[in-house]
Ligand binder design. Sequence first.
Ligand code: ADP
Length: 427
Amino acid sequence: MTAQEANASFTLTARQELRLECPNGKPVTIRLEEGTAEVFGTELGRGRSVCVTGQKVAVFTWDGCRVSVQGEPSVRYVADDTPMTSYLNVHQTLNQRREEAAKAAPGSAACRGPAVVVVGPTDSGKSTLCRLLGNWAVRSGWQPTFVDLDVGQGTITVPGCLSAVPLEVPVDIEEGFIADLPIVFYFGHSSPMENPTLFKALADKLSALLQRRAVTDPRVAASGLIINTFGWVDGLGYELQKHVIQTFQCDVVLVMEQDRLYAQLQQDLKASCPRTTILKLAKSGGAVKREGDERRSAREQRVREYFYGTPRTPLQPATQTIRAADLAVYRIGSGPRAPNTALPLGAVSLADPLRLQNLPPSLEQLQCLLAVSHASTPDQILNANVAGFVLVKDVDTARGLVTVTAPAAGPLPGRYLLVGSLRSSID
Ligand code: ADP
């Protein structure tokens, strides 16, 4: 790319979008010069530059605009054909339901705003649609709760979690979700396949906790939920998707692109959730497939940001050595399970997917991402959400010492730590 091309200006007409793929480590600066535009529902301020790296984004305009782009995105083009109008129609319907919920008698079931879940295969644009719907809702004065069940990516916190956060401001284009006090349950793996029973149990706990919170804040209750799911939609994955729809009592299911999934859900939810509306939506042509290593490096990037922050908001992680006797590391489930069908007739697998196992300090825990549980006794661990995460940097089994990195200095907020299969190679 020539120096001239590294600094370009684009004039977009109404409902066009400029799609940019900005590689990691090569910042691209976007500036709105004229008109109005938004990035996945967050408005761009006129004359203010935003710097994007390691993201694929679209600058969309409802009425036309001119934007300048500095830097070297690996891909950049203007698209005329977007599904934004159909997404906006969904948003408007949700807003009507929020209005109705806000007017309902206090304490009645009708006070609960729409619980929307987005389902579909990996890279079909689920997270992006959740972000659009969340941002538009916030800009209309609501405070929807964003629930992220996509354990493979993690938009609210590190991957491997089921988490929720009330949205009070639009998502920051550079920094992503700014979640001061998210509710987080640690699953510990990058796919629900690793322990479906635990995934279901944590989804149930998160849903129950959100219901209790909604009772205390009518505005939050009327704003409803926007739930992002994982891309595993076949076999057991499909069963888990149905479990999510039931446990969060979803009344709107948005299916990205897949006719088969749409037909299957229509058929299956008819009896169990007769009042649920199921809508099929087109995938954006901008939602692009990420290869396995790209997903892995995105996960690694999320972990790095958790400990080190972002260029605009850096954190100073602190490493400390703790006596192993002052900590207790637990794993939920007992490793790989033999299916009951593989056992002799009449025998059942002893491997309990919800069994708590206390692990002694060992070198196997090196570079593992551990969650610090809010539990104050081991029997609370399964029911407790987590306060934050640490990364194991060293284990001295002879002296009984464990060295961990945390995002800030100071004592850990709890002594019970949860381990799964997630590791990170960051320093
Ligand atoms: P999913 O959640 O289904 O896996 P995502 O919403 O994460 O899919 O989308 C996949 C990728 O495509 C992401 O990198 C996202 O930023 C990008 N993307 C989605 N929509 C657009 C668009 N309209 N223009 C450019 N990139 C997009």
